[in-house]
Design a protein around this ligand. Structure first.
Ligand SMILES: Cc1cc2nc3c(=O)[nH]c(=O)nc-3n(C[C@H](O)[C@H](O)[C@H](O)COP(=O)(O)OP(=O)(O)OC[C@H]3O[C@@H](n4cnc5c(N)ncnc54)[C@H](O)[C@@H]3O)c2cc1C
Length: 521
């Protein structure tokens, strides 16, 4: 009897383009397993929303694998203990999984599993995912390596799996895991089928105006791909998404007309963002310390003693008095989603206007993003908080963002019902509405809706000064050069310009739509 092949599913809940599954099936009977790890579920960065998405994905994966012959097995417990029990029950096996670039807990867990495998006679194979490069990294060649990885053929799901005498085990509910029901209203559905439907509807229906509409919260929920939770929990591979986008681009190349031109630009913008996915995850892979420490450690001292509970709670609850910030925080809580620009704005507001350390609020966002991808999350939080040392400071003015991106207050009124009847003139600055207007619209400032908890202009001026001074220090400039060498994108080098601190920096540039700035570093 050939050796048992165990496929360990983690953030890769699919059958198509799943190399561990494909290779395992070529080598013997396959036991597909997902391990629910209580320590990881109980951590500050895990939420009921995540579990809802994962759970629906697991149910579908179980059905898909059952159709092939062997349903997904689910166990609750520590990974090493689970594998050790399997070894003592079933004898030695070969273990297959994807490499994972996760948080510290999963990083340590993977080290433990590797160590256990090495000392237990278990052959273990970890396949690449996301185009991230493990081990020694030459950033100059990274883009080429990413490209080569993406150009490799997609692997099909196996035709059939041998049925094994093993109890599948229940997939725990939220209650089983002691996870409080979130206040979600419209969470995206998990599963491989939903991922493919989402991809198709974006490429052939919703995505035409993506390039122009990606930054406004009014349009982004519909016009952006919405593939992020699927990419982050692996219900579709980034290679499959990229190939589908490239095919669509080819198909459009033979056509003309305005609509086609819109489509072409949108698909090109989308493809470049897929590249960023790996680019950002690579930073955490290369420097796991950025989960707990700023890229430039000197920035850790800048805000760490200034935590203000009242400000933090107001931001978290969507009660800051700035309508677009509050609408975003509430929309995120209800849907698990925000588009890039709004994510950047709420972080900028927390970090600069409220002067909160990114480490003090990262977990709220991690729990709320349904697409929590640690590599992107930590890199972006730090970029938007000014702690990388190499990016131009971008302090978003929340009132200007609101006027530009939600001019008539559609999004604000949807998520901040207190402001529903406030006239257009005051929807972005309700605190300026005369008392009689406040009474008429049923929204008195300080009663039904708070007055702004900080003055943006004053806070932004102070933040720019403090961060600018730190950046001028010679040791910080030295560290910034190292950060750029280790993590900086090698694309668009010619666009870099020298900043006031002397550090080579990326100039932020806009899509021709003038909407979303591209932030690569
Ligand atoms: C503070 C902050 C935290 C973020 N945290 C996450 C996170 O935890 N998980 C996550 O997937 N994205 C994160 N992003 C990046 C980005 O906002 C989301 O990828 C995007 O909004 C997801 O929506 P979409 O799939 O509709 O995106 P689309 O615009 O349709 O993009 C398609 C895909 O490209 C990738 N992508 C797009 N923009 C970026 C970017 N700026 N950086 C890296 N990859 C990108 C994502 O995989 C995304 O799903 C964060 C951004 C900020 C500012």
């Amino acid at each position: 009897m050939p050796n048992l092949q165990v496929v360990w599913f983690k953030r890769d809940l699919r059958t198509h383009d799943h190399r561990p599954l494909h290779h395992a099936a070529l080598n013997g009977p396959v036991l597909p397993i997902y391990i629910v790890e209580p320590d990881i579920v109980a951590a500050d960065d895990f939420s009921a929303g995540h579990w809802q998405f994962i759970r629906s994905s697991l149910s579908e994966l179980r059905r898909a694998l059952a159709d092939l012959g062997q349903p997904l097995v689910v166990r609750v417990g520590n990974a090493v203990d689970t594998f050790e029990k399997l070894r003592s029950d079933a004898g030695p096996f070969t273990l297959w999984s994807h490499q994972e670039t996760g948080n510290r807990a999963t990083f340590d867990r993977d080290i433990d599993v590797r160590r256990w495998a090495a000392t237990s006679g278990i052959e273990m194979h970890e396949c690449r995912q996301h185009g991230v490069v493990r081990g020694a990294l030459d950033r100059d060649r990274w883009a080429k390596q990413w490209q080569a990885f993406m150009d490799e053929p997609e692997t099909p799901a196996p035709n059939a799996l041998q049925s094994l005498p093993v109890r599948p085990g229940p997939i725990p509910t939220l209650a089983d895991l002691d996870l409080p029901r979130g206040r979600f209203e419209a969470l995206q559905a998990g599963g491989e089928e939903a991922a493919h439907r989402t991809l198709q509807s974006f490429l052939f229906d919703r995505g035409r105006r993506y390039r122009r509409e990606m930054s406004s919260p009014v349009t982004a929920f519909q016009s952006c791909s919405r593939l992020s939770p699927h990419l982050c929990w692996g219900t579709i591979s980034i290679r499959t998404v990229r190939n589908a986008a490239l095919n669509r681009k080819d198909e459009l190349s033979n056509r003309s007309g305005r609509e086609t031109a819109d489509w072409r630009k949108s698909i090109s913008s989308f493809i470049s963002r897929l590249h960023w996915n790996g680019h950002f995850i690579q930073k955490l892979e290369s420097a796991p310390r950025i989960e707990h420490e700023s890229f430039i450690p000197a920035f850790d001292a800048v805000r760490e003693n200034d935590f203000d509970t009242e400000r933090y709670e107001a931001w978290k609850a969507g009660e800051t008095g700035y309508p677009l910030v509050d609408a975003c925080m509430r929309a995120l809580r209800a849907t698990g989603y925000l588009n890039f620009r709004m994510r950047a704005m709420i972080v900028s507001f927390a970090a600069y206007d409220l002067w909160l350390d990114w480490r003090s609020f990262h977990d709220v966002l991690a729990r709320r993003w349904i697409d929590y991808e640690p590599g992107i999350h930590f890199s972006q939080l730090q970029m938007q908080s000014g702690t990388t040392g190499i990016n131009a400071l971008r302090i978003y003015n929340p009132t200007k963002q609101a006027r530009d991106l939600d001019p008539d207050g559609t999004f604000i009124r949807r998520w901040v019902p207190e402001l529903r009847r406030v006239p257009d003139t005051y929807i972005h600055t309700p605190w300026l509405a005369p008392p009689q207007v406040q009474v008429r619209s049923g929204c008195r400032i300080g009663k039904q809706y708070p007055k702004p908890i900080v003055r943006h202009e004053t806070a932004a001026r102070r933040a720019r000064k403090v961060i600018g001074e730190v950046r001028k220090r010679p040791e910080v400039q030295q560290q910034a050069k190292q950060v750029l060498d280790q993590h900086g994108s090698r694309r668009h080098r010619s666009r870099r310009k020298t900043t006031q601190s002397g550090v080579k920096n990326h100039r932020s540039h806009s899509d021709t739509s003038g909407q979303q700035q591209t932030f690569e570093f």
